[in-house]
Design a protein around this ligand. Sequence first.
Ligand code: HPA
Length: 276
Amino acid sequence: MEGYAYRQYEEAAEALRARLGGFAPRVLLILGSGLGELGGQVENPIAVPYGDVPHMKQSTAPGHEGRFLFGTLAGRKAAVMQGRLHAYEGWSFGDAAFPVRVARLLGADTLVVTNAAGAVNKGYSVGDIMLISDHIKLFADSPLQGPNAEEFGPRFPDMSHIYTPALRDSAREIAKEQGITLREGVYMYFPGPQYETPAEVRAARLLGADAVGMSTVPEAIAAAHCGMSVLGFTLCTNMAAGVLDQPLDGEEVIAAGQAAGPRFAALVKACLACMA
Ligand code: HPA
């Protein structure tokens, strides 16, 4: 695995700076499946398709627009990604994490990451929002494989607190104020694109997972490596395979994301406002 040279991240950041007229994002917000709508609330947005960013790969997943919106959201200067890069599209973990490192170079010190996932925890319901407390990614790749870019962080970074405890504390409080049921649990990464088998879901539950999904982990690892705070939310768009006696359907996943959109958006925006 070759990875990127530090110079390539710098070239991407430089090309973006040239488009941003002095605007420097403090937060990178990644919007997952069906959640891209929140991008519509960015004030004075500067849109940059991923294809315009040197070295950055394209987003091909359904419901993923494939562009950055730079602007103010809930009073925070943000880089919002409408759509992300996944391993199931054929991209490496390094590709998926590329925009995180570029955002870091632009000045972002916080990653707010969202995703759609299947609920493994039988106490959860479809439509529930889960605050990510930690993740499990046992054997798939790492975005940090290849020569280490010391400019970003150490070769063997600590991952004890990827999902920043103080940000989780305030997310819990905000959800309470808003009357939103907020679960809190462990997200387990599966590469996809096929959904998990019922046996994989049982294994995930035994290992301590509350939800299973195909994203987020590459970006969160890269963010933690370069010293960014991380706040992660999962929208449980379906019960994971085998929990209910019915097949999973990608269209339903997107529809559930859209149905929860306003509630999800309100929570994310209040969390951003709180960071200001
Ligand atoms: N598994 C993996 N990824 C997902 C799921 C799921 O059940 N639902 C939405 N994304």
